[in-house]
Design a protein around this ligand. Structure first.
Ligand code: FAD
Length: 272
């Protein structure tokens, strides 16, 4: 109701870990803060028919301790320790991270890599948006100002498949300069399918579609490494900012791609 009435002049207060610093620095000036922390129905993490449902108010630290995340979404379990520091993880929420869509945030990249669906609620009802259609640009998403993000639904990972989460930041707990969420399938060290989502360097979590196409049904060898190093430059368009130049970030993403695929294939079970 309040969101509908105030639109862009009203701001949801979830964990406050991104919003409060912008208020302190006078970078945002909402007329109204709408504190949703009392909506306890939004802080559960459940498994429902092979879909993990993560409530918007689930704290990062609750994801870190959740047996459901550990068992069914190991990509997210691997990503969480990279999100800030413990104090921030104790307050910051999954929904806040996906709503804000910071380009250097880990969790939006995981939601895109895992084919998640963002559930939005307004006075008109509930709307479900696929992650592919949700992240539009720099801090820009498909969520309208009068919509509350209530939940993210993520299909359970193929536990026989490949995955890796890697990132580089200046210090542990800082936002990523470059990072990658990788999901795939393999057979006897041949990559069958691959999904590569880059963050940190790009304005939004970005699928590297040309590089993904090269990896289909491919042996992971020096030739493939060379090919993807060439192709990644056509998929990515890194931002130059205080953390580094576009050229440096592209180089880091190439290094991370090799690291992620090496790590994922190391986990491949010999029996397959
Ligand atoms: C020192 C520090 C380091 C950090 N490092 C990282 C990092 O490495 N990686 C990372 O990903 N994050 C990092 N963060 C941010 C942290 O993860 C935040 O928790 C997260 O970005 C936002 O979650 P929040 O619950 O705190 O949202 P809030 O700060 O409460 O809100 C953020 C924005 O999202 C909106 N919003 C929040 N929830 C909803 C909702 N349910 N529906 C609609 N809109 C909503 C708010 O109105 C606001 O505009 C860091 C923060 C700090 C202070």
């Amino acid at each position: 109701m309040l969101l509908n009435e105030y639109g862009e002049d009203g701001q949801i207060l979830a964990g406050g870990q991104s919003l409060m610093p912008t208020l302190n620095m006078r970078l945002s000036n909402p007329q109204l803060l709408i504190d949703i922390n009392h909506l306890h129905e939004l802080n559960s993490i459940t498994l429902d028919d092979n879909i993990v449902r993560i409530g918007a108010l689930a704290r990062h630290s609750e994801l870190a301790l959740s047996p459901i995340i550990d068992m069914y979404l190991p990509l997210i379990a691997d990503a969480i320790p990279h999100v800030a520091h413990i104090a921030v993880r104790n307050r910051g929420t999954f929904g806040g991270s996906v709503a804000l869509a910071d380009p250097a945030a880990e969790l939006p990249a995981c939601v895109l890599a895992l084919g998640g669906t963002v559930v939005l609620q307004s006075v008109k009802g509930i709307r479900k948006v696929k992650a592919d259609d949700y992240f539009l640009g720099l801090y820009e998403t498909e969520r309208k100002p009068n919509e509350l993000l209530i939940e993210v639904q993520i299909p359970v990972q193929d536990l026989t498949g490949l995955w890796a989460f890697v990132e580089l930041s200046q210090r542990k707990g800082d936002y990523a300069i470059a990072g990658l969420a990788f999901i795939g399938t393999s057979e006897k060290q041949f990559i069958k399918t691959a999904k590569l989502v880059y963050f940190g360097s790009e304005i939004k979590p970005t699928l590297a579609k040309k590089t993904m196409a090269i990896l289909i049904n491919t042996r992971w060898d020096d030739n493939t490494r060379k090919l993807i190093a060439e192709t990644l430059g056509r998929d990515l368009d890194p931002m130059t900012n205080l953390q580094g130049s576009a050229k440096m970030k592209l180089h880091l993403q190439k290094v991370l791609t090799n690291r992620a695929i090496d790590l994922a294939l190391k986990r491949e079970k010999p029996s397959r």
